[in-house]
Design a protein around this ligand. Structure first.
Ligand code: 0GY
Length: 297
């Protein structure tokens, strides 16, 4: 039996015809943060999900990759699929080694399942602390899973709101793997770059060499808005220039839970040279760093 799903009434679907970016990514570039949703009649959305999206499958993702001038994807399990990684694995297997994955697993996951995920191309798991997306758990929950995936040489992606950093500092600084933070730790970009909120985030990276950051999400973080997202630029650029070997970039397609606007993915690609202004920084951000973490691990 197939399940049909009605997207949330206020759901904004991805832009089906983005503009061609002016910036041409270097050959081999990786979009290191994107998702696949369903299709729901093949890969049902999780009963515990907090939102129901419109379908956004692997064919659309791979077409966007080619259109924007990227070579590879890192596909991150989204909360609407819970810990059922089937849609993710299906996309990885269909990618011809041009995609790697970040899964969601729960305590008690059998090692055989982790081995299958590894064979499909999964190299990390994601801990999500954003309360509108999940019901966060006590630290012990995450520490147990962290030990399990450390054995595999995987890393951990963490998604949190800026205020969670101080609250979960002990947990985040004791994770035994590489830790990749989504969307710059979601700073308030209307605050000064050297204000206390972002200073804690940069301290997190400065004091912990295992911590990386995705310089993604201008469409989520910017108050000034599209197409320039100018208030986002100094935050991302500062992190790229200070930690050039520990940054990743991604579209975040299909942009779940956007309410203000749906970004033009071409315009998002044009943000790259503004946050990574030299060819050397762009090569590290788009090629060297993601390859090291996902294809050479
Ligand atoms: C993102 C951001 C969001 C959603 C998820 O897994 C998810 O559902 O990560 C969000 O709503 O901010 O990175 O896709």
């Amino acid at each position: 039996m197939t399940a049909t799903f009605q997207p949330d009434a206020d759901w904004l679907s991805y832009d089906p015809s983005p503009s061609k970016p002016g910036y041409i990514p270097p050959p081999g570039a990786v979009d290191a943060h994107c998702h696949v949703f369903g299709p729901g009649d093949v890969f049902p959305y999780a009963p515990e999900r907090k939102y129901t999206p419109t379908d956004a499958g692997k064919e659309q993702l791979f077409a966007l990759r080619d259109f924007l001038g990227f070579d590879r994807n890192v596909i991150v399990q989204a909360t609407c699929h819970g810990a059922d990684n089937s849609a993710l694995v299906d996309a990885l297997l269909a990618s011809g080694d041009r995609a790697r994955g970040v899964a969601t697993v729960r305590p008690g996951v059998p090692r055989s399942q982790l081995a299958d995920l590894h064979a499909a191309g999964v190299r990390g798991i994601r801990f999500n602390f954003v309360k509108r997306l999940v019901d966060p758990k006590p630290d012990d929950y995450y520490l147990g899973l962290a030990d399990l995936v450390a054995e595999l040489g995987w890393h951990i992606v963490v998604y949190f709101e800026a205020a969670d950093l101080a609250e979960r500092w002990q947990l985040f600084t004791s994770l035994p793997t590489t830790v990749v933070v989504d969307h710059l730790g979601r700073p308030d970009v209307s605050q000064p770059l050297d204000g206390p909120g972002f200073a804690l985030f940069t301290r997190f990276l400065a004091e912990h060499e295992n911590v990386w950051s995705k310089v993604s999400g201008p469409e989520r973080l910017s108050v000034s808005g599209p197409p320039d997202y100018s208030d986002f630029i100094p935050f991302a650029r500062h992190v790229v220039e200070t930690f050039p070997d520990r940054v990743l970039w991604g579209t975040d397609w299909p942009h779940p839970n956007m309410k203000s606007h749906m970004p033009d993915d071409g315009a998002l690609v044009d943000v790259i040279p503004r946050v990574a202004p030299t060819a050397d920084l762009q090569r590290r951000l788009l090629i060297d760093n993601p390859l090291r973490l996902y294809w050479e691990a």
